[in-house]
Design a protein around this ligand. Structure first.
Ligand SMILES: C[S@@+](CC[C@H](N)C(=O)[O-])C[C@H]1O[C@@H](n2cnc3c(N)ncnc32)[C@H](O)[C@@H]1O
Length: 237
């Protein structure tokens, strides 16, 4: 039987939203447990690569509980955090701003962004692209809201090129991660979803190709932990 939260087609977005609405209060805790806290370092790497300048306009899409948005704001960027899950945004809004830097939280669907063309110098998306019903449409929406020369950074689960490493990592996602979901959120399926969605995600190499098709330039792929995670970078020309 398939994963109840992974439904290709018309129901994809509503199932994903149901998933995150349900796990929002435990999301940060399980993130720390399943990554052994490493997701903080990976997000810091994104912020370092993004190098936001004070006053630049930044959008963190699929912001969830706001880890990345808060860090961009703390570096002086005027930051909008957008997500379609109300409960995830509530968690984000409850957190104390880093260095007193506020973020504007906006409830919005990544495929129907309520921002004018060319609004942002920087768009980031962490663990979000994999959840969209159409990756190309999502990337095109990000491209639309970027200014010419604007930067896009995508952090997500990757697919390691080494087959043994990939098999071990997929086994971890299949066996251990749903167990954490059961223990900490009472929901194993919500965490078994990660592997299901990853299998259907083009990951670092495929995303790089999609960015190229869309005309992004200065493309870079940074593999973290042997490709277990990856950052895709591109600039809008
Ligand atoms: C795995 S969480 C990542 C949260 C945060 N970026 C982080 O790194 O911790 C994925 C987030 O994407 C949001 N999301 C998924 N599909 C979306 C869509 N179509 N539009 C807006 N948000 C979406 C979910 O609500 C969820 O908060």
């Amino acid at each position: 039987m398939g994963n109840p939260f992974f439904q290709p087609g018309a129901q994809r977005a509503s199932k994903v939203r149901q998933l995150f609405d349900g796990i929002a209060p435990r999301y940060d805790l399980i993130n720390d447990v399943q990554s052994l806290g490493l997701h903080h370092l990976w997000k810091l790497r994104v912020v370092r690569m993004a190098d936001p300048r004070p006053g630049c306009q930044a959008l963190d899409l699929c912001c969830g509980t706001g880890d990345l948005a808060r860090r961009l704001a703390a570096r002086g960027a005027w930051t909008v955090g957008a997500d379609f899950s109300g409960p995830m945004l509530e968690q984000a809004a409850r957190r104390k701003p880093l260095r007193g830097a506020a973020v504007s939280w906006v409830q919005a669907d990544a495929l129907e962004l309520p921002f004018a063309d060319g609004s942002f110098d920087l768009v980031t998306i962490a663990y979000g692209l994999r959840n969209l019903s159409d990756f190309s449409l999502g990337l095109a929406a990000m491209q639309r809201v970027l200014k010419p020369g604007g930067r896009l950074l995508i952090l997500d689960f990757g697919k390691p090129a080494n087959r043994l490493w990939r098999a071990l990592y997929f086994a971890y996602l299949q066996l251990a991660v749903p167990l954490y979901g059961r223990i900490f959120a009472g929901n194993a399926d919500a965490y078994a979803y990660i592997l299901e969605s990853l299998k259907n995600y083009p990951a670092q190499t495929g995303v790089n190709a999609l960015l190229q098709e869309l005309g992004f330039t200065s493309l870079r792929v940074v593999n973290l932990l042997g490709g277990v995670m990856s950052i895709n970078y591109g600039e809008k020309c």
